[in-house]
Design a protein around this ligand. Sequence first.
Ligand code: NG1
Length: 411
Amino acid sequence: MIPSAESREMEQAVATYRKAFGGTEPTHLSKAPGRVNLIGEHTDYNGLPVFPMALQQEVNVHFRPRNDDQVRFSNGNPEFPPRSFTLSPEIPREETGDWGNYLKAPCQALVERLGPLEGLDALVTSTLPVASGLSSSSALVIAVARALLHTNRVEVPTLELADEMAAAERYTGTQGGGMDQAISLGASDGYASRIEFDPLRLFQTAVPPTWRFIVAHTMNRAEKSGAAQAAYNRRREECGEALGLMWESRTTDDPLPRTPTYSEIISSLPLEELLALAGDRLPPPLLQRFRHIVTETERVYEAQDAMGRGDLLTFGLLMDASHESLRSDYEVSSVELDRLVELARRGGAAGARLTGAGFGGCIVALCDSRHLDEVMAALEEGYYQDREVPGKLEEVLFVARPANGASVHPL
Ligand code: NG1
């Protein structure tokens, strides 16, 4: 059942759909949530764990199956013009940065896997801010994938689909990890999930009822389809270079394993020894990148334990340490992200950090429900009051409620 609070937006979407597609009506709605990553940043593409939860904010795809190989998409946001294409295993790309690539990515991957498929007419709407580190891009990829699978009456197991869509999204040019697709598909209402890779697994922990995770947007876009893409991809390369150098410098009785992956290296030595070895083997900035990756991994496990025992203060301290590491070692923060983090802490948050890739986008702060009003007020007064907020304040400053993963509903 679709909650009734959404029914007005749904009527509006159906009316927009009719206008876009010659008076026809959608038959189904495919929904996929965005996510806020609580801790574990830039670890996923190194095969290391992350700890996100799905948001109630989501991408909605109203669709109607077709009985040919054509796909037509319209978008409720006029910033994104209509896109149509033919389903095939080699769909020509739009220009880098074009939203059409996030439609083509899952379609091409599913045709490659399943052979010829029937298309659909679809309208995309979203309650997620674009390019904000809340994974609107992967939510779109997942909602489209589920709509196309439904159209063709095919089921793919959740974790398999998540892995395939993570690979599929690289069609857009970002060499991303697998966190966003996994949480958008596999999340459970009320839970955060530690995600492990190779093989993909989700381990869920209930978010304590009095904990509040606040999301605050800098209102600077982190366009991973644009300027931030090169910086993001460069970080990934640097992690690979650091790993390569650690290994190339091995001695005959070296403590590091023979086939190095980050997870094997991390489990082969205590953290302090590993960092000392890295200090001897890596030049800047590779040493700093490496240090972020290995310390952040430890923080993920400690944070999940802290949440499990309801230890808000420890979770907050880990968030603070994560932000400091992302700011100084990984160099993906910004003046505005640092400012929001500072304001949240001054307002009484137990901890705060940038969330997602960085380079703009959002922070996430944690507080007890008793301190929520003060933290919200500190952010509102210190940041949003003297800036122009494009829409409503609650679209850029809100409490994140852990939600379910993607679903398809008949209309
Ligand atoms: P966002 O914040 O949505 O741009 C990106 C990657 C993740 C992960 C984080 C950093 C994609 C689709 N998403 O997320 O896989 O690496 O950055 O932790 O590339």
